[in-house]
Design a binder for this molecule. Sequence first.
Ligand code: C5P
Length: 288
Amino acid sequence: MNLALRVGRTFADGYHELHTIFQAIELFDDVHARPAAPGEYRLAFQGEGSAFLPTDDTNLAMRAAKLLAQHFAVADAGAELLIRKRIPVAGGMAGGSADAAATLVACNELWQLGASRDDLVPLAAQLGADVPFLLFGGTALGSRRGDVIEPLEVTGNYVWVLALSHHGLSTPAVFQEFDRLALPTHTTIGDDLPQALQAGDVAGVGRALVNDLAAPAVSLQPRLKHILRIGREAGALGSIVSGSGPTCAFLAADGKQANRIAERLAIFSSVRTVRIAQGPARGAEVIA
Ligand code: C5P
């Protein structure tokens, strides 16, 4: 999740300067990495949206495994990857980036490379702007392309209600729409959100949520505006388009209110399904 996402100027390579606050939430995919014959890489998906995902070299997880092998000159490297998806696909929830971060961590273990998270950061940044953050999780400030991160001190738990949409949005398309609409750019986040996070002031966090990609996402999918309104009317402390959308996120005061907001959103036909997830959560980690 991006609790703040401010879009600045465009770099020469077409990427946009970002100032963002990331928070990892308790919505995980599982990446299983097993040994395979030298030079053999296989990737398969199960679960949420898996039919829509490529399993060749265009997949970020596949690229992560091969980049790691190449960088560490792993002799006889190969891997069989199985990814169980729960993070919505093309939902603006950095699911592909999370899988790439987890693949780096999993193959580091599989090939016993002994690389630290810090060692993996440059590779992560090469794979995608969000990938370095997902190696660490928690709550962090992101700058440059969103790939330069700095942990933020945060108090308390944040209960998020996520409204998933029927149709995904492509991140490059949303950035292009931002440029096409010639929207104002921003190069700072301001103090309100970091201060509220530090104080554990959930209502203050709700008020300070901001996303410069919300307008282009709503321009491409106008019904997001209604979803955001429904969540607010149901009493959410704050509402935001998640990343480049179309998932909409609502901050609830507690679990009980989250359930109420989720029930209201679930009956709306533009909402495919609803999830409740707490943050901050851990980044990619080895579980077995
Ligand atoms: O880095 P990642 O692959 O996640 O980015 C996907 C796309 O989003 C990029 O190809 C680019 O079009 C856009 N993007 C951007 N500026 C950023 C991050 C992403 O324009 N800082």
